[in-house]
Design a protein around this ligand. Sequence first.
Ligand SMILES: Cc1ncc(COP(=O)(O)O)c(C=O)c1O
Length: 416
Amino acid sequence: MQNKMVIKSAVREAGNDPIFKVSGMAKKRIAEIGKENVINATLGALMDDDGNLVAFDSVYSVFDNLDRTEYASYAGIAGTPDFLENVVYACFKHQKPDAHIRAVATPGGTGAVRHAIRNYADTDDYVLIPDWHWAPYETIANENGRKVKAFPLFSDDGGFNLEGYFGAFDNLLDEQKRVLSIINSPAHNPTGYSLSDGEWEAIKAHYIEKANENPDYRIILLCDIAYIDFAGHGESARDFMNILTGMPENVLVLYAFSASKGYTMYGLRNGAILCAAPTEAIADEFAASCAYSNRGTWSNGTHAAMTTLSQIIADDTLRAAFEAEQEKYRDILQARAKAFLDAAKTADLEICPYVDGFFISIPCENTEAVRDELITKDFFIVALKHGLRFAPCAVSEAQCRIAPEMIKAAIEKVNG
Ligand SMILES: Cc1ncc(COP(=O)(O)O)c(C=O)c1O
């Protein structure tokens, strides 16, 4: 009997997630030979030096003490009023753009990406993403009847490839009359790249030029800021938010906010999509469309997680304790990344331009073969299309220091 009961466009291959598969192998190996003998640099979650998931005290001391009704009750379709107010600060902090701001709660940043794609890219249209990208962008686009088009992220001098981006952008704008572009910065997954203020200025100038060419064009930028709280020092990572204002009315800037990394709430599914709109009408339209999308997909988000974030942000003492804990782990992550970068230099290992964040990428050929070679040394890493992804968020500083030489040796063994 044929086993195709699902419709043609929904036929999918099972169990092929490259990250969870390799991380499962790493866990099995840890059970066999002990965690001190395995490097598991696969998962995008912050671990302490012993390989245990970090769950912030400043977050869970609030969460654990909520009234039971906070866990049990619905949050309302768009999110609780307290959350919708406080998530604006969580997203922008003191760099709130001079624009019409609205927020709609979503289950993590994934939900925000979903709503942007569903509501701002037309059916069968292409969404513009970089060649190095978070794989679910493509999954979410496919799931919603949209496609993705990739532009080259890096120029030869190791910066954002403005020329490549503008070329791909202009082609899509010409063909589709609207472009939804997703840029994951700062602390891009998988490379750790962050656009400079000058690069954002150039992008803004290009949007203004194109938007003024034809008032019927629609230009939508989704800034995916999933890792922003692990970038920069103090608030410098948010400076670009004020650059992206003052554009024509046919340009809209959206933000995909995630509480997964910044608040260690991965499994609580908490986030939001926010707009910094040029007019009140465009902001109202955004809020109505995204609330409708909530109703038509997951109905509403995790109430207790929304309340936790709201209480932390609204209370000066709780917020100060939370920001101090975040900073402590940001410093640990930055020290690990530095150890890797220094060792990569010594080992003469080429890496993608890294500024901040959970991941460092190593461009190479035959990525799966190199990964498999490393697995024989009990070193687990993710093989992507254009290279390997190493996760300093998940391993100790000491492991970051020995990893580059091992990677270099594996690449040489496989690729000669
Ligand atoms: C680039 C990027 N965007 C968005 C997300 C969204 O994550 P979540 O839905 O858990 O908030 C992730 C998580 O891995 C990510 O890496």
